[in-house]
Structures are given as C-alpha cells and as structure tokens.
Design a protein around this ligand. Sequence first.
Ligand code: NDP
Length: 675
Amino acid sequence: MLRPASYAIGKWIEPGAESRAIHGPVTGDLIGQAGGAPLDVQRMLDWARSTGGPALRAMGFHDRARLIKALAVYLGERKEELYAINPLTGATRRDGAIDIDGGIGTMMVIASKGRREMPDGQVYVDGAAEGLSRGGTFIGQHIAVPLQGVAVLINAFNFPVWGMLEKLAPAILAGMPVIVKPATQTCYLTEACFRMIIESGILPEGAVQLVIGGTGDMLDRLGAQDVVSFTGSADTALHLRTNPALMRNSVRFHAEQDSLNATILGPDVAAGSPAFQAFIKEAANEITTKAGQKCTAIRRIIVPQSAINEVSEALMARLAGITLGDPAADGVRMGALASAAQKADVLDKLSALAGETVRLTDDPETLDLIGAGPEGAFLAPTLLRCDDPDAARAVHELEAFGPVSTLMPYRDADHAAALANRGGGSLVASLVTDDPQVARQVTLASAAWHGRLYINGASSANEATGHGAPLPHMVHGGPGRAGGGEELGGVRGVLHYMQRTAVQGSPDVIAAITGQWQPGAAEIDAQQHPFQRTFNEIRIGETLHTDAREVTLEDIAHFAEFTGDTFYAHTDEEAAKANPFFPGRVAHGYLLLSFAAGLFVQPDPGPVLANTGLNSLSFQKPVSPGDSIKVRLTCKRKTRRTDSYGEIAWHVTLTNQDGDQVAEYELLTMVSYTR
Ligand code: NDP
C-alpha cells in the first residue's frame, strides 16, 4: 500500500486519519492512502521564508544553476525507480518518458540557460542602461531580484514529475523556496521524485517542501512576495485566483488550465504527401499519448472541406493500430486514464458533444485490452466529426480530457484561423503546411490567441519537436481559456519568480548594484597591464588607456590590398566623397579594430587564454587618413565558466584626436584563474 508522505519543516509526515484512498486506474484496486495529516502551514511558510529563501538568495544565479544541474544528474541516475512506479498512474513507458525524462531534461536546459544567459551574481540585468541626463551623470537600469517569499506550486494529475520539476527549476534558479502540491490521484510518483531531491542533499534546507493532500488555509496566508503557480482545471483556477488574500496582496498567480488546442492542415497540403503523413501522425499521437490527458493535446482537427474524408480515413486507420491495456504489458501503446472519475468525466463530455458531432470511431467503451480487465479506467481513442463548426459551440468550449478529438472542415486559411481562435485562447495551435505564406497568414490571424504556434511541413517533419511537447526554451501557457499564464521560455520563466525594478542613479551606483561597469563610472588604474592579471585579480572597472596611433593613407591602401576589401569608400576618393556618410576615403572599420587590438594587447604569455568574441560593435564616426586613434579598455563583467578559467567582458571605446568616440564594442576573453 502506497503511503506518500508530506515533507514539512525538514520532516516527513505520514498520511493522517483523514487520508484519501487512491484507486489504481488499471485494476481499480485500492493502491494507496494519501494526505489527511495535520500540517502547520504557517510554520511551513515561515520556514521557507526564513530558512530556504535566505540560503538561496545568498548564492548567485550560476551557483543555483549548478545545483539544479547536479539535481538533474542525480535524478537521472535514479530515474528507473520512477519508471517502476509510473505504470500505476495508467501511463505507458513512452508516456512516462515525457513526464520523467522530460522533467529531468527540462531541469538541465533551465540550468544551462541560467549559466549562459544570466549573470554570475545576485542581480539580473534587464536590458541596457538608459541615459537619463545630458552629462551622463544620472542613468537608469532595469534589474530583477528574487522575490523574498515562497512559491506555491500546484500541479495537475497528468504530469506528476514534469509538472513539479518544470516549475521548481525556474523558481529555485530565481532564488525562491518552493512548496510543491501535487494532485492527489498521482501524488505518490511526485513524492518518490521529491524524496530523491531530499535524499540528494543538494538543495539548502528550507528550499523545498511537499504537501500531500489539501493545502488547508495556506493560500489565505500568502502575501506580497509570494507566488502561486497552478496547473489544473479552469474551475479550480478560478476558485483559487479569487482568494481574497491573493487579490488583496496582489499575489502573482500563474495559471495553466483547460485548453481546446487545434491543429490545421494547410490548404496547400495534398493527401498522401509527406506533409499530410506528418499531420496524420501528429494528430494520432496527440489523441493517444498519455491517453489524451495532456494539456497540449489536440482537441480540434481543422482540415480543408475537400480533404475531410481522406483525413478521417487516414486517422481512423492509424488509430485502429493502437493497442490498449495494462501500461506495463508488452505491446501496449495506450494505457488507462488516471482514474475512474476521469473516465466518467470524459464520457460526460462525450455526451455533451454528441449534439454537435458524429462519432467516427467505435463505442469507446468497447475494448480489446491486453493484460487488463474492464474494471480499469480505459477508453478507446475516439474521433468525432463536426460538420458545422461555425454554428457549433460545445466543440470549441468543452475539453474532454482523454483520447478524444473532433475533426472539422474549413473553407480557406482565414476561416481555419478563425476556427482555431474559437477555442477562446489555447496553449498551442499547430499548422502543417509547405507554404511559408500560408504560415504567415495563419500566424497574423491567430498568434494572439495561442501561447505557442507549431508549424510543421515536409522539410521539418523529421526534426520537428512535436505539437504537444512544451520545451523549456519556449514559453508554455496561453491567453484566455488557457489561463492567461506563461511558464518556461528560458530565462523568461525564471523572471516570474523575481521582481523587476527600475533603478536610477549615477553610473557608480548602477555599477555597484549590478556588478557591471558602466560608462561614466569610476575607472581603476591597476598599475599593471590587465592582460597580465589573473581572472581573480582583475577588478570590475580596471582600465587601460593606450597611446595614440595615426591612421595613414598607406595603411588604408595596404589593408584594402591585403584583405581584398577594396570597397570604394576606402579606395576611390571621388566616389567616397559622393557618399553622404564619408568626407572622402576613410579607414575600414576592421582596420580600426585591428589597430585597436595592436594598441591594447600585451604580447607575452599570461593569464589571458583566448579572445572568444565581440558584442555590440558600432562604428560611430568615420576615420580619415591623418586621424589618430587611441583605445580605452575597461573590465565590465566577470563570469566564472569552468574550474580553471572565466570570461571577462571588456568595454572598449576608440576615440580620435579630438576626443570624439569613433567605435565602441564589448570584447570577450577567457582568462585563467591562475598565472
Ligand atoms: P484540478 O483543478 O481539480 O486540480 C489541480 C490541482 O489543484 C490539484 O493538485 C488539486 O489537488 C489542486 N486543488 C484543487 N482544489 C484546491 C484547493 N482548494 N486548494 C489548493 N489546491 C487545490 O484538476 P485535476 O488535476 O483534478 O484535473 C481535472 C481537470 O482539469 C481535468 O479533467 C482537465 O479537464 C483539467 N486539466 C487541465 C490541464 C491543463 O493543463 N490544461 C491539466 C490537467 C487537468 P487535489 O488533487 O488534491 O484535489
């Protein structure tokens, strides 16, 4: 008997007297008892806020990203223990891969994004500084810092592992402690994964807690620095988001809820073509994966009127090959729904859809099961057809959260987009087309209604990531009926757990806050060439001013000849003069960059290992023969990259003999920690 425990204030708490029975969806047997233990939710919140939060915030983004990566590696090593439990939820191993490997992979990507795209410090710098004064003594900078409360992560039953990890990783990376609340029906799988997180000892004390069963009055106790991130039904979302404490304290509430996702077969796609095959394969996958219990599953299949018979025949043929039964048995492609209640709910929704649709597949309760009996929560893949989708309402509004999808015809691309939009806001809509102009037309007509547009065709079919797969790199969430929330999307998903603040002050103030040098901030003279100093020795603001070098006509002619860049502005005085940008022949921008390197480089072997790139280069004023240039090189930003070296970003400016800035860029070098 499974007895998943809560984890509060550093202790495991077994199910209590009021625990709820969990019946397995495959046999209907009682498999566990969960929840019902008295939890001191105020102490849980206090513990997270006073122990986990400060410990996480004492670290920087890269430190936390390393923890998330270490945790993902640890979970990856123990994932077979999770796969062993997975069939109890009704899911096949393939379904489980989306949940278990999908969750671990998501953590990996979030960790990597944190290391690559966030600073190696405690303050996230959002965009460039804004000049707010003529003399440059007062500037503005948007920053983001972790919220100082707790993130309450409430998940649905369908992804017990991914659901937890895809919310937990961005929150921890942001620097917020979390309290995880899984759906009770499949909470034992979440608990098994959560137990591994605790056993790993990787996260600091207070960073994570787990509530099995009800949250009591926890939400009533949330305040201005807390976040609720919810996935589940629209009804529960509405109930929770209207909690007076959440509204009074403007508690951030992210919801991802029911979604009537659509797929469109482009008007250009001929029956039997590679794009057509890709469309049929994806549509069938979305109906059957996780027995259709995916928030991103395709509920409406929108096809040209002229192709509806070919599509229905091809889809029915594919669905006929789907074997059902015990998800742990060999040869089973589709398992059970999560519970008997879920099955009853889908049957209710099918009845409600019956007035607007005809069923093309057989009775979903007539089953040929492998290794399972009729007492399980099984339903066969069910394809409906709605011939008048303009007049219909239920097909656009009722989500049968199971292996059910409705085929409907459209007249032209605008009509197809309008039908997709009738879902009232969705997580994802897909389009299969080989015509980029059709893709553009549908995107302009419907992107505003969908959190993600997935466009596939013959050229991308082999590598496309799947309509139903939310990727950590891309945002997941959608407007309107889909909940109006947004998760993931790389660093975007991390910022939901942070406060964006506009900071105004002098360049020195902004540099001290962000840990990044700003033009106008104090320069440090280290009395030693910066390229002779190790990563650890170099301080933000250390500056080198070089001597001047004259740029001659011979230099320009030589560079043109040597590189082959004989563009007329460098070689033909008359033609150059006719160009409104130039006074006559001018130096190549790349000649200036090369001369700049010649001016600032220290040639001896030293801690600088390599020049790895250059950002934000701009040439701001032409340099004519006879002008002279000099360089200022300032350490702007330091980022540890490996155990032996880190990246230093240098702010570089070139000025002419009149003190006018002629070029500016950010130079990246890898610098050793030791000499
Ligand atoms: P629910 O909305 O019932 O539950 C979602 C989560 O909210 C669960 O963890 C649930 O816990 C919790 N919850 C419920 N009431 C409260 C409360 N008062 N305070 C705090 N937490 C609460 O969704 P289900 O998971 O049961 O799924 C029901 C339906 O939701 C599905 O049939 C489907 O239509 C839709 N759904 C949509 C998804 C999507 O992403 N689009 C995903 C999953 C479901 P507990 O289990 O303990 O009640």
